[in-house]
Design a protein around this ligand. Structure first.
Ligand code: ADP
Ligand code: MG
Length: 763
C-alpha cells in the first residue's frame, strides 16, 4: 500500500472533486481516496501491485481530468521542480497560464455581453416609454447579430460547458459545467429554432422572444466569475510561494580547499558552507567556525536576531546579519526544516476539515437534484401555465425557469467555502511560525477550553541559572559543585545546562562518571570515584529515605527557585538552587487565554512551592506539581472524561505521549530543532502568546467557514425557488437567467473574497 498526493489537472468545480473521488474509490486496488478542490490535489492510498497512478489517471481522462504523476528525486531549484518533488499542488505558473487563457476569452466575450445587455435594457425601457422604440432597421440588425454573437460565445468561450454537457450525455457524469452547458444550450437551441422557422412557428410559439442574449450574458458572467475566483484562489495559496522563495539557490562551499559556489541541490551532508554577512543560509547545519547574529523571523516569527556561535545550529531560509561563519551541512534537500515546513503546510492546506463533510455530501447529490428540479419546473409551467397563459407563453416562461434554475444552482460556492478558508488559515499560521498539521486540528483548536502548559521553557525561559549554593558536606564548595556538574554533564535536562554554564564560567574541572542513569521525574544518578551520587528533587530524597529538613529549601522555593539536592545513599550533602526567569510574554498570554474563556493549568515535575510561585506570578488557575511524565497523560484523560477539550502545550520530545492524548497537542519549538511530526500544532518560536494567536486563528477560520457555508446555502435556498417560478403566481416574480448567471458568479467570488479576508485580519 502506498499513500501519495498527486495534483489533478482540469478541475472546474466542487462537483468535479466528488466525481473523481467516487471514480477512484471504485477503482481496483484503491483503498481510500480524497480529492480537495481547494488545492486541486488528491490523496490516494493504493496497492501498487494492482494499480498505478497512470492507470488511475486513465480512469478520469475521458471525463476531462488527469493526474500529474511524475515526481523528481531531489529538491529542485525552481518552484515548479520543487512542487513536482513534493508531488503537491498545481504550480503557480500553470495556474497563471490558465488564467491568461481565461482572460483572453473573457476580453472577447465582454463587449458582446455589453451589447446584449444594452439591447435588452433598451427593449425593457422602451416598453415603459422611458426611451423611444428601437428603429426597425436597428431591430433587424440586432436580430441577426445576436445569433452570430451567441454562436461565438457558446462554442468558443463556452466550450468547457459544452464538454460538460457532452460528458453527461455520453458517460452520465454531471458536474457544474453540465448544468451551465444544459442551460445555455437549451436557451440557444430554442432561440435558434424560433429564429430559423419563425414563420411556420408563429402560430404556436411566441416568436418575438428569443434567448440568444441569455446565452451570451450567462456564459460571460460565469466565465467572469470563474476568472475572478481563480485569481483569488491563487492569492489564497501564496503563503507557500513565500516559503519557497525563502530557500537559497546556491551555496558557497569549501571543496578541495577552495571556495566554490554551487547550486543548492548539489550540497551534500558534511559539506562545509561559508556564510557571508547578509547572505541566506542555504541548508541546515551546525556552526564549526565563526559567529554571527541570524535573523530567523521568516521561519520562527521571532523578530530579534539570534546569536549563533560554534556548535549552534542554523536552518535554511534564515538570514545572516553581520558576521561570517562556516557551518557543516547536516540536513540537505527535502530533510531541511524549511522543506518540512513547506511540505507540512501544503499537506495541511490540502486536508479536509470535518466541517466540510456536510457540504461534500450535499454537493454530491446537488447536481442530479438540480437537474430534476429544472425539468420539474419546465413541466410544471407547461402543465399549470398553459391554461392561464397559453402554450406559447407557458413554454417560454418554462424555458426561462429551466435555464435559471440550472444556472443559479451551481454548487461551486459550496465547494469553495471550506477549503479556501483552510488554505488561507493554514498559510497565515505558517507566516507567524504556527505550523498546523491538518485542517481537522485547526477546526478542533477553536473548541479547546482547557490549556495545559509545561513550566520550563513554556512559561519560563527554559534557561535556568545557578543562583544559590548550600554546601553541607565535608567537601569544599568547588569540589561540591564539581560533583554535581560531573553528573549534570551527562543530563539533557535544562537544569543541567545551568550547572554546566556555571562551572565553565568559574573554570571548575569536572570528573569522570560511571553508570550514569536518569531517574525519571526525580533526577539523575551515577558513580564518581567508587561512590554513588544522587541528584534531584525532594521526592528523590524521600525515595532514598534520607533525613532532610525540607524547611531549609522552602525559603528558596517560595521565591520560585528550583532545588537540586546532592546526596549519597546515606546522607544529603547539600543543595544548589537554580532560577529560571518567567518569559515576558507569559502573563499577557495567560490573560488573553482567560479572555478567550480558556482555563489554564500548569503541570510540572518541579517542586510544588516553586511551581505555585511561578503560577501566581503569571496568573495560572491551577498547578499540578511533582508529576511524572506518564502521569501527565492520566491528568489529561481525567479532564477529558469530564468533558473538557484539552490543549496540551509542551516540548515535542519529552511530552510526546501527553501531546498525543490531548485533543490538540501543541509542541513548543525552540526555533531550530523542531519535532514537527509529534504534535497537531507546532509553535516554532515556542512561547505561549503564539498559542493565543493560534487559537484566535482557529476561531477566525471557523467563523469564515461558517459564513461561507451560510451564504452558499442561502444563495441556493433563495435562488432555486425564485428561479423555478415558485413566486410567480403570488408576486409575479420570475428570475431572468441573466440575473441567475450574475448571482451564481458572485456567490463563488464572495466566498473566496470572504476567505481572503482572514489573511489581512489581525491575530
Ligand atoms: P519537568 O520537565 O517538568 O522538569 P521532568 O520529569 O523532566 O519534568 O523532571 C522532574 C524533576 O526532576 C525536575 O523538576 C527536577 O527537579 C528533577 N530533575 C530531572 N532531571 C534533573 C537533573 N538532570 N538534575 C537535577 N534534577 C533533575
Ligand atoms: Mg521535561
Amino acid at each position: 500500500m502506498i499513500n501519495k498526493i498527486y495534483k489533478i489537472k482540469g478541475m472546474h468545480c466542487a462537483s468535479c472533486a466528488g466525481i473523481i473521488e467516487r471514480t477512484f474509490k471504485k477503482a481496483e486496488g484503491v483503498s481510500s481516496a480524497e480529492v480537495n478542490y481547494g488545492t486541486e490535489t488528491t490523496k490516494v492510498v493504493f496497492d501498487e501491485t494492482k494499480t498505478s497512478p497512470e492507470k488511475l489517471s486513465k480512469k478520469i481522462e475521458h471525463l476531462g481530468y488527469s493526474l500529474i504523476t511524475e515526481t523528481a528525486e531531489s529538491m529542485g531549484m525552481s518552484e515548479d521542480e520543487h512542487r513536482a518533488h513534493m508531488g503537491i499542488g498545481q504550480s503557480k505558473n500553470e495556474k497563471l497560464e490558465e488564467l491568461k487563457d481565461m482572460k483572453k476569452k473573457l476580453i472577447s466575450a465582454i463587449p458582446l455581453a455589453l451589447v446584449s445587455i444594452l439591447v435588452m435594457a433598451w427593449d425593457i425601457l422602451s416598453l415603459y416609454k422611458i426611451v423611444p422604440m428601437m428603429s426597425d432597421t436597428l431591430k433587424q440588425l440586432f436580430s441577426h447579430l445576436l445569433p452570430l454573437m451567441a454562436t461565438y460565445t457558446l462554442f468558443v468561450v463556452g466550450k468547457p460547458y459544452l464538454l460538460g454537457l457532452y460528458r453527461f450525455l455520453r458517460y452520465g457524469k454531471a458536474n457544474m459545467d453540465t448544468l451551465i452547458g444544459l442551460g445555455t444550450v437549451s436557451a440557444f437551441f430554442y432561440s435558434f429554432v424560433i429564429f430559423s422557422f419563425a414563420k411556420s412557428l408563429s402560430a404556436f410559439l411566441n416568436v418575438d422572444a428569443t434567448y440568444f442574449d441569455v446565452t451570451i450574458v450567462v456564459i460571460t458572467f460565469i466565465t467572469l466569475g470563474k476568472y475572478l475566483e481563480a485569481r483569488s484562489k491563487i492569492k489564497t495559496g501564496d503563503a507557500i510561494e513565500k516559503l519557497l522563495n525563502l530557500g537559497a539557490k546556491t551555496a558557497l562551499v569549501v571543496r578541495a580547499g577552495s571556495e566554490v559556489e554551487i547550486p543548492i541541490d548539489q550540497v551534500i551532508h558534511g559539506d562545509l558552507i561559508i556564510v557571508k554577512p547578509g547572505a541566506k543560509i542555504p541548508v541546515d547545519g551546525v556552526i564549526v567556525e565563526g559567529s554571527s547574529y541570524v535573523d530567523e523571523s521568516m521561519i520562527t516569527g521571532e523578530s530579534m536576531a539570534v546569536e549563533k556561535k560554534i556548535y549552534d545550529s542554523v536552518v535554511s531560509g534564515t538570514m545572516n546579519t553581520n558576521g561570517t561563519f562556516t557551518f557543516k551541512a547536516t540536513k540537505v534537500g527535502s530533510e531541511t526544516l524549511l522543506s518540512q515546513i513547506i511540505k507540512m503546510v501544503e499537506e495541511a492546506q490540502g486536508s479536509k476539515a470535518p466541517i466540510q463533510a456536510l457540504a461534500d455530501r450535499i454537493s454530491a447529490v446537488f447536481v442530479p437534484i438540480v437537474l430534476i428540479i429544472a425539468f420539474v419546473a419546465l413541466v410544471a409551467w407547461l402543465l399549470l401555465g398553459t391554461g392561464t397563459l397559453g402554450f406559447a407563453k407557458a413554454l417560454s416562461f418554462g424555458l426561462v425557469s429551466f435555464v435559471s434554475v440550472l444556472v443559479i444552482a451551481c454548487p461551486c460556492a459550496l465547494g469553495l467555502a471550506t477549503p479556501t478558508a483552510i488554505i488561507v488559515g493554514v498559510g497565515k499560521g505558517a507566516k507567524e511560525g504556527i505550523l498546523i498539521k491538518d485542517a481537522a486540528t485547526l477546526e478542533k483548536l477553536h473548541k479547546v477550553d482547557t490549556v495545559i502548559v509545561d513550566k520550563t521553557g513554556t512559561i519560563t525561559k527554559g534557561k535556568p541559572t545557578l543562583v544559590d549554593i548550600e554546601n553541607a558536606s565535608k567537601f569544599s564548595d568547588v569540589e561540591f559543585i564539581s560533583i554535581i556538574a560531573s553528573l549534570e554533564n551527562k543530563s539533557e535536562h535544562p537544569i543541567a545546562r545551568a550547572i554546566i554554564d556555571y562551572v565553565k564560567e568559574k573554570n571548575i574541572a569536572i570528573g569522570v562518571v560511571l553508570n550514569f542513569r536518569n531517574v525519571e521525574g526525580y533526577g539523575i544518578r551515577g558513580m564518581i570515584g567508587g561512590v554513588e551520587y544522587f541528584i534531584g528533587n525532594v521526592k528523590l530524597i524521600e525515595e532514598l529515605k534520607l533525613n532532610f529538613d525540607r524547611t531549609k529549601i522552602e525559603k528558596y522555593t517560595a521565591e520560585g527557585k528550583t532545588p537540586i539536592i546532592l546526596a549519597t545513599e546515606h546522607e544529603v550533602l547539600g543543595f544548589v538552587m537554580v532560577a529560571d526567569e518567567v518569559k515576558t510574554e507569559s502573563k499577557q498570554a495567560i490573560y488573553d487565554l482567560h479572555k478567550l474563556g480558556i482555563k489554564v493549568m500548569m503541570i510540572t515535575g518541579d517542586d510544588e512551592k516553586t511551581a505555585k510561585y511561578i503560577a501566581e506570578l503569571v496568573g495560572i488557575d491551577e498547578v499540578v506539581a511533582h508529576v511524572l511524565p506518564k502521569d501527565k497523560l492520566e491528568k489529561i484523560k481525567e479532564l477529558q472524561s469530564k468533558g473538557r477539550v484539552v490543549g496540551m502545550a509542551g516540548d515535542g520530545v519529552n511530552d510526546a505521549p501527553a501531546l498525543a492524548q490531548a485533543d490538540v497537542g501543541i509542541a513548543m519549538g525552540t526555533g531550530t530543532d523542531v519535532a514537527i511530526e509529534s504534535a497537531g500544532i507546532t509553535l516554532l518560536h515556542g512561547d505561549i502568546s503564539k498559542l493565543v494567536k493560534a487559537i484566535r486563528l482557529s476561531k477566525m477560520t471557523m467563523r469564515g467557514i461558517k459564513q461561507n457555508l451560510f451564504w452558499a446555502f442561502f444563495y441556493n435556498i433563495v435562488g432555486i425557488p425564485l428561479a423555478s417560478g415558485l413566486f410567480f403566481p403570488i408576486f409575479g416574480w420570475l428570475l431572468n437567467p441573466v440575473f441567475a448567471g450574475f448571482a451564481m458568479a458572485m456567490s463563488s467570488v464572495s466566498v473566496v473574497s470572504n476567505s481572503l479576508r482572514i489573511k489581512v485580519k489581525k491575530l
